[in-house]
Design a protein around this ligand. Structure first.
Ligand SMILES: Cc1cc2nc3c(=O)[nH]c(=O)nc-3n(C[C@H](O)[C@H](O)[C@H](O)COP(=O)(O)O)c2cc1C
Length: 392
């Protein structure tokens, strides 16, 4: 049985006036939509298009692929794409509507009946209210002249150590500087922290997690200038099990002439909720000594906003899964807008991890994010920081 799907996207006209294009688009759609049983709605305000496409899944997908290469529009952002029980616009192969700016409130003609609590009604309303009408204009993109160019650095490697650290920079593309570097644990066969840590018993794991940071701090002290910071990952258990964990960290910092203000401890949201009050007390202790705390991989776990509200980190690092293809993914954009609103209101800087594409960076910096980490800028480098050559 073919599954009925509904796909919604918004795009921006490449012409001066989308009102003038709409008749031609309707004519171009006729044959395909009636042949493949596609129905839907196309709405424009003269600059943006908002389209609902419904029909058998494979034909909806085929049409969307075709649409993506139509030169009459660009900045295509998919808002949703899911199976539906029945069509909302079954009476029309492509119903077109224009949304004139001189109308004070949005209206739908009487022959279109949509339940007020349906998602599609909500989406049309949000488009009409301007939510999906906003994107990076071409001239702004061209006007961006950010470039960062730095040489690579190496730290003294302890050949006897069974584990090493790789370092990856966090870039402030607004200032054109490296603001901090993150130390990432690797063993001598290149294994990642999860694998290294799970080999150890619980108490050994926490002890190793904490004490291994001495080596990370030693190397970082050779890689950082005094206005840059080091981010380290710590299991909250390492902070709660050892009441003097913050003193250990302070003594390592002192040993390698780094200030407490240069250290940022990153913890993930899932780990935090398992630790509860003891963790919150450990964070207070760190902060009282000048060490900052960041929430890592935010958006990847199940703890979410309530932990964020209780914990109020000094920095929020948005998970790479949220950054992935954000420029064409409506729901992720909505999440980033919401987190950005939260972070801005509370004065917490936001860092986005996992940036791999220029388009992802364009979109994120356009909404006001300044700090990024990802392969687009630099890959992690064992016992050093790789050179950066970032040109827009
Ligand atoms: C905003 C917009 C909406 C469109 N909607 C449809 C549609 O619903 N169905 C369709 O067949 N073509 C639609 N088109 C046109 C297609 O992109 C394409 O030009 C048309 O299907 C003819 O493709 P063909 O020459 O490969 O047959 C739309 C184009 C634009 C710019």
């Amino acid at each position: 049985m073919t599954v009925l799907r509904q796909l919604v996207y918004r795009s921006r006209t490449t012409h001066k006036d989308a009102f003038q294009q709409i008749e031609q688009i309707e004519a171009d759609s006729e044959a395909f939509n009636s042949r493949y049983n596609i129905t839907g709605l196309l709405l424009t305000d003269g600059e943006y298009f908002f389209q609902v496409i419904e029909g058998p899944g494979e034909h909806v997908q085929a049409l969307f692929e075709k649409l993506k290469s139509d030169p009459r529009h660009n900045n295509i952002v998919k808002i949703c794409d899911h199976p539906v029980f029945q069509r909302d616009f079954g009476a029309w192969n492509l119903r077109t509507l224009t949304l004139k700016s001189d109308r004070s409130c949005y209206w739908l003609p009487d022959d279109i009946y949509l339940k007020r609590d349906s998602q599609v009604y909500g989406l049309i309303n949000s488009f009409a209210n301007g939510r999906w009408r906003g994107c990076l204009p071409e001239h702004h993109r061209i006007g961006l002249h950010r470039s960062i160019s730095t040489t690579g650095l190496s730290a003294t490697r302890d050949e006897q150590s069974p584990y090493q650290f790789a370092f990856q920079p966090i870039i402030d593309t607004h200032l054109g500087t490296i603001s901090s570097i993150e130390a990432l644990l690797r063993d001598n066969t290149g294994r990642y922290p999860e694998q290294i840590l799970t080999d150890l018993s619980r108490s050994k794991r926490y002890e190793f997690d904490l004490t291994s940071k001495q080596y990370a701090i030693a190397m970082a002290s050779e890689l950082l200038s005094s206005n840059q910071s080091l981010s380290i990952n710590l299991l909250p258990g390492a902070l709660t099990q050892f009441s003097d964990a913050s003193d250990y960290l302070l003594s390592y910092l002192e040993q390698f002439s780094m200030k407490p203000q240069q250290l940022i401890v990153e913890v993930t949201e899932n780990e935090i909720i398992n630790e509860g009050d003891a963790f919150m007390r450990a964070v207070e202790t760190l902060r009282s000594k000048g060490i900052r705390v960041a929430m890592d991989d935010f958006g990847s776990g199940y703890a979410g906003l309530s932990v964020l509200a209780d914990f109020l980190p000094d920095k929020i690092k948005l998970d790479r899964a949220i950054a992935c293809n954000i420029h064409e993914h409506g729901p992720r954009q909505a999440i980033v807008h919401a987190v950005m609103e939260f972070a801005t209101t509370l004065g917490i800087p936001l860092i986005v991890e996992g940036i791999e594409k220029m388009d992802e960076w364009y979109w994120l910096q356009h909404i006001g994010i300044q700090k990024f980490q990802g392969f687009l800028f630099a890959r992690p480098e064992l016992c050093g920081v790789s050179a950066i050559n970032f040109q827009t």
